[in-house]
Design a protein around this ligand. Structure first.
Ligand code: A3P
Length: 270
């Protein structure tokens, strides 16, 4: 899989932003692009997010770009997005000591967000009813597989590679602190003024209003924002509006079983 990483990337300057879908990939991708471009907002409007940040495993319908083709024509340092579980990431990323930023999100909010995403996304299977989707999520029968295995798989590897493991909820709580964490990880030293600009430019409201970040440039046959906008709510705890008491009990019980023994901080009732 040499084409993913330049031979001259031995310094490991490539950076991979990864997670299950609907945990904040777009958010962290925009933050990384802003940091790599020294907080230059105009420069980060040079194209839609899917042109600026290639989606490694994506090879969907035109006019959307094929991830590996974009990467082959890009110079390092490259900001790459993936939803792959750890074990499916090409080995070349580790051989080149690439940096990876993983964002995890509360399982229930992730599920609610993913359900709405699949309602609008016409190249993923139709999600069915909320009840049906909840069951599919619990059983890992959603695109990119089991949420539980995904978050645990990356967590277990985080100290063996250059992996920064982040949480959506922390990013909401203290965005500046989290942006500075990413900056440090990318070995960038930007002035406070630039950091503030990045924080402001990457708020939910700013990204929702930014056509270069909100996916409204994607054709409707691919993603229909009328069914549910990509930039939907961007909040913590929305699951409380969807889970019934009975569903919550079943989910919690199953969660405890699947996550038993994991050192991953609890990601279920925020
Ligand atoms: P919701 O559906 O809960 O609103 P991904 O990019 O991984 O597919 O994740 C999409 C989720 O991240 C959506 O969640 C979206 O609204 C949220 N999101 C995108 N940009 C955000 C931002 N700047 N701040 C907070 N949430 C954001």
């Amino acid at each position: 899989m040499k084409s993913h990483i330049n031979e001259d990337d031995s310094a490991g300057t490539g950076s991979l932003t990864t997670e299950m879908p609907n945990k904040g990939t777009t958010w962290i991708s925009e933050i990384v692009d802003m940091i790599l471009n020294d907080g230059d907002i105009e420069r980060c409007k040079r194209g839609p997010i899917y042109e600026r940040v290639p989606f490694l495993e994506f090879a969907g319908p035109k006019p959307l770009p094929v991830g590996t083709e974009q990467l082959a024509n890009m110079a390092s340092p490259r900001n790459v997005k993936t939803h792959l579980p750890f074990h499916l990431v090409p080995k070349s990323f580790w051989e080149h000591d690439c940096k990876v930023i993983y964002v995890a999100r509360n399982a229930k909010d992730n599920l609610v967000s993913y359900y709405h995403f699949d309602l609008s996304n016409r190249i993923q299977p139709w999600p069915g009813t909320w009840e049906e989707y909840l069951e599919k999520f619990i059983n890992g029968k959603v695109p990119f597989g089991s949420w539980y295995e995904h978050v645990k798989g990356w967590w277990d590897q985080k100290d063996k590679h250059r992996i920064l493991y982040m949480f959506y909820e922390d990013m909401k709580k203290d965005p500046k602190q989290e942006v500075m964490k990413v900056m440090k990880f990318l070995e960038k030293d930007l002035a406070d003024e630039s950091v503030n600009k990045i924080v402001h430019h990457t708020t939910f409201e700013a990204m929702k209003a930014n056509p270069m970040a909100n996916y409204t440039t994607i054709p409707e046959f691919f993603f229909d924002h009328k069914l549910s906008p990509f930039m939907r709510k961007g909040i913590v705890g929305d699951w409380k509006n969807y889970f019934t008491v009975a569903q919550n009990e079943i989910f919690d019980k199953d969660y405890q079983k699947k996550m038993a023994g994991s050192m991953l901080p609890l990601l279920v009732n925020t």
